[in-house]
Design a protein around this ligand. Structure first.
Ligand code: CA
Length: 354
């Protein structure tokens, strides 16, 4: 009897791996060149993790910008099925649907912790999916940069007058805000930023933060480095072709979702460490960099125009209004907590460390 049970169990175990060993090969396109860490880190780590979790049966090949040559074509390629997955930032699809912008970040908006709380536990993911359903793709948070720096300027900004006529590269809603302050706004691709600044095509630009900025060399031309207001918590995104995802075995879907969440949290940590290291190095090696904050009158005007830009889109587009209202309501609640917890802790901690 015992022998029969053993044989029976052996037969079941022999059958199970055959089902699980379904080999699937996917391709992922990302907006960034493969070397542009930490932005390029989540896709590479995801591919490794998913392969490990499926005994090497679910293979995801990651293509950087240098391979597919369509940095801003990721959504189209995932929707069309040329790539099953993509990694990019939602605000690059502003031309397709304005509401995509506020799933990346909002000037004077939520911090990374607040935004993650809104996405995962405040209804944000459901709203994001409602939007991306119109493109037949699934969208998931794909890593956050935290607070980005306000950018590099050739000259110090002491008043609103100094912004008038200034030529600056600054994308997204923040670009619209600066345009309302008299700035000539352009959106130049990453590869041409240094040359544009060097030749005087632009007087100022923003990119990300110390880690990624210093490598670009902007400080050699524009030594005034401003603190951030415009991208307080820029979220990257993983996009997945819906039809392809729905066809996956359930265990592979689960592996993918787990890996997405893990590598997203990992990018925030990697970028934080990278920024802290670069900041310390910058202070030591480039003492000529002048770190500044915009004057209060400039910041007040930026906030006023940010509200004007957001309210104008909300009036034109009911779905934008729905998402913006959800974000604003959640931020009011979350910010009260952030203030009494993180903010007061940082203040208290700074006082005792003096
Ligand atoms: Ca930026």
């Amino acid at each position: 009897m015992k022998k029969w049970i053993t044989l029976f169990l052996a037969a079941i175990f022999a059958a199970t791996p055959a089902m699980a060993e379904k080999t699937i090969k996917w391709k992922l396109a990302m907006t960034w060149p493969s070397t542009l860490t930490p932005l390029a880190s989540p896709p590479a780590k995801l591919a490794q993790m998913v392969s490990d979790m499926t005994d090497g049966n679910f293979i995801i090949k990651v293509d950087g910008k240098e391979k597919h040559k369509a940095a801003l074509g990721i959504l189209d390629m995932v929707k069309g099925g040329q790539y099953e997955m993509g990694h990019s930032a939602s605000y690059y699809w502003k031309g397709k649907n304005i509401t995509t912008t506020i799933f990346t970040t909002v000037p004077f908006g939520m911090t990374a912790a607040e935004q993650a709380a809104w996405l995962y536990y405040g209804g944000g993911m459901e709203l994001m999916q409602e939007l991306y359903d119109t493109f037949d793709v699934y969208a998931f948070p794909g890593g956050n940069t935290g607070v980005q720096m306000g950018g590099w300027f050739r000259k110090e900004i002491t008043s609103l007058d100094d912004l008038n006529g200034l030529k600056m590269r600054i994308p997204g809603l923040a670009g619209e805000v600066f345009a309302r302050l008299g700035v000539n706004v352009t959106n130049i691709p990453a590869g041409e930023l240094y040359t544009s600044l060097d030749r005087g095509t632009i007087d100022a630009l923003e990119w990300v933060g110390p880690g990624m900025d210093i490598r670009m060399g902007f400080h050699k031309i524009a030594p005034y480095y401003y603190t951030g207001w415009h991208e307080p918590a820029s979220d990257m995104q993983f996009l997945i072709n819906k039809r392809q995802f729905d066809r996956l075995p359930k265990s592979y879907q689960a592996a993918l979702k787990v890996a997405i969440k893990a590598v997203s949290a990992d990018m925030y940590a990697e970028n934080y460490a990278d920024s802290a290291t670069a900041w310390a190095k910058m202070k030591e090696e480039y003492p000529d960099i002048k770190v500044k904050s915009f004057p209060p009158e400039v910041l007040a005007k930026m906030k006023e125009e940010t509200d004007n830009v957001l309210n104008a889109y909300a009036e034109q587009d009911p779905f934008f209004k729905k998402v913006l209202t959800s974000q604003r309501q959640f931020m009011d609640k979350a910010r009260a907590w952030t203030t009494i917890s993180e903010f007061y802790y940082l203040q208290t901690s700074a006082e005792v460390r003096k």
